[in-house]
Design a protein around this ligand. Sequence first.
Ligand SMILES: NC(=O)c1ccc[n+]([C@@H]2O[C@H](COP(=O)([O-])OP(=O)(O)OC[C@H]3O[C@@H](n4cnc5c(N)ncnc54)[C@H](O)[C@@H]3O)[C@@H](O)[C@H]2O)c1
Ligand SMILES: [Zn+2]
Length: 386
Amino acid sequence: MLESYNLKMPHAVYGGVNAMDNITAIIRSTGAKKVAMFTDPGIEKTGLFALPEAAVKASGAEYYVLDDLKPEPTYMAVQKLIDDFKLQGADLIVACGGGSVMDAAKLASILVTDEYGVKELLDNPGMAKKCVPIVLIPTTAGTGAEVTPNAIVAVPEKELKVGIVNDNMIADYVILDARMIKNLPRKIAAATGVDALAHCIECYTSNKANPLSDTFALHGLDLIINNIIPACDDPEAMEAKNAMQVAAFYGGLAITASGTTGVHALSYPLGGKYHIAHGVSNAILLVPVMKFNEPVCRQRFADCYDRCAHDGSNCKTVEEKSAWIIRKLDEIVRHLEIPTSLQEFGVPASDLDGLVEAGMQVKRLLVNNMREITPADARSIYEQVL
Ligand SMILES: NC(=O)c1ccc[n+]([C@@H]2O[C@H](COP(=O)([O-])OP(=O)(O)OC[C@H]3O[C@@H](n4cnc5c(N)ncnc54)[C@H](O)[C@@H]3O)[C@@H](O)[C@H]2O)c1
Ligand SMILES: [Zn+2]
């Protein structure tokens, strides 16, 4: 347990029925005259973008849309979007999308300068200051990016995804509107939901865990374990979907106060080199890394059981409780039909050395893992999922 810790939060969070309507009042209260709206073509295709757009329009502010963004973009693609943004200018950003859109918009909010760009922040993330206030509207449940100080970009030359962390990227306003995730396709709901699951259990078993992160990680874990399957399987299960939206937000808070660990660390090369979706690469590694961690995290897993098991199971010992949690994670990933190995992504065994080398570079997260992961351990974990 850390001796000192903190949790930095957005200025205001709006949730519940018609949360989107608050955007009009937010714009008026900030006095913004020109709004930059960030989204992506996938979200526009669903018609979801019309909701925040109508709320921005109702404020009377001038606005324009930046939507030229692919999922899990490279830092160069994000910089291109930011260059467009800098040309047009704005005094408020409203971003509606998954982690990819929100992260790009968060970087834009601290990069209204010609002195440096996304590339420079890869090595020196702390230098950027907040330039434009930002409203984040997640459409997946999810990355928790609406509440973290992190933005993740792909760095092709390193064959890695890299997390840029800067407190100035913490959103000013967050809108958790259930309509955004109501019709999330099952495959996206499953992968992004398991990402949130990984955030909660990793933060709870992190070297940086503390009373604040524990509160959100455990509550988020309880909500996810008991809602992710109906939320993904049943289009009408609105209660379960709402629980997932809030739980993903809690996962983000847990990351902000603590930090993810071995799953996310070893997952970054899978996203960077093979373009495996973030939630899927975490799902592949979740159980192998948690099994690896079990010898040192057993008591923490048992706490998770005490909080999350509502199925009438009657585990008594720490060992039984810990095993129940790991079994549950495995059941969830399998039930949701997320890949559990790299087979379908065509990763040859000859890439193993490179994977290990890339994974071991993610020191920012490896240091959080309660059981040290050596290069030999990383190799053994990757071998299990090849
Ligand atoms: N900043 C953070 O703290 C943080 C945390 C975890 C992950 N991430 C990053 O976030 C990115 C992944 O974000 P993501 O998992 O939310 O997915 P995403 O933003 O990459 O979106 C994936 C696809 O889903 C579509 N989509 C999104 N919402 C939809 C909806 N409601 N209905 C239909 N389609 C929808 C998008 O158009 C896109 O094609 C990765 O780059 C990852 O590294 C960031
Ligand atoms: Zn994640």
